[in-house]
Design a protein around this ligand. Structure first.
Ligand code: AMP
Length: 147
């Protein structure tokens, strides 16, 4: 296996998130690599703000609140898992886009994610894992999740 310097774990807070994290942790320890955790808030703006040229204040406040909650959840998750040195990140948008962009912006050389999560089952991989697989500029490890 290659040497990795910066590993990204895509955390969806599903029941399998710990299993995914543990696999990433194992590889990170072996490679002495940086470990970043990313959760993407899947935010759908209210219908009226989609069609209005200016964004409603409700949209901005809701999104900020959701990001704040996600930040707290990720912090709690990392404390529960006793991750002392992991870098924690939250973004909003479509997970497949945000995960791919994050990897490019932060020069990650491995992404670890679950084969399946909340978005249902495609033939081989969940929808996020299979979308990311086709865009990813680095190695990707899909941890087998039994459904
Ligand atoms: P899914 O597409 O829901 O089957 O999820 C497959 C994997 O994609 C999950 O195990 C996570 O690693 C990752 N993933 C899905 N949704 C998110 C999200 N909102 N934020 C971060 N990672 C995610």
């Amino acid at each position: 296996m290659s040497n990795y310097n910066h590993i990204l774990v895509a955390v969806d807070f599903s029941a399998s998130a710990v299993q995914v994290l543990n696999k990433a942790r194992e590889i990170s320890d072996r490679n002495n690599a940086r470990l970043s955790l990313l959760h993407v808030v899947e935010y759908l703006p209210p219908i009226d703000s989609v069609y209005e040229p200016t964004l409603s204040s409700t949209w901005v406040i809701d999104e900020a609140e959701m990001l704040e909650q996600a930040k707290n959840s990720l912090k709690k998750f990392s404390q529960q898992q006793k991750l002392d040195n992991a870098e924690l990140h939250t973004l909003s948008g479509a997970p497949k886009h945000e995960i791919t962009q994050f990897v490019k912006d932060h020069q990650c050389d491995l992404i670890v994610m679950g084969s399946h999560g909340r978005h249902g089952i495609n033939i081989l991989l969940g929808s996020t894992a299979s979308a990311v697989l086709h865009r990813m500029p680095c190695d990707i490890l899909a941890v087998k999740i039994d459904t």
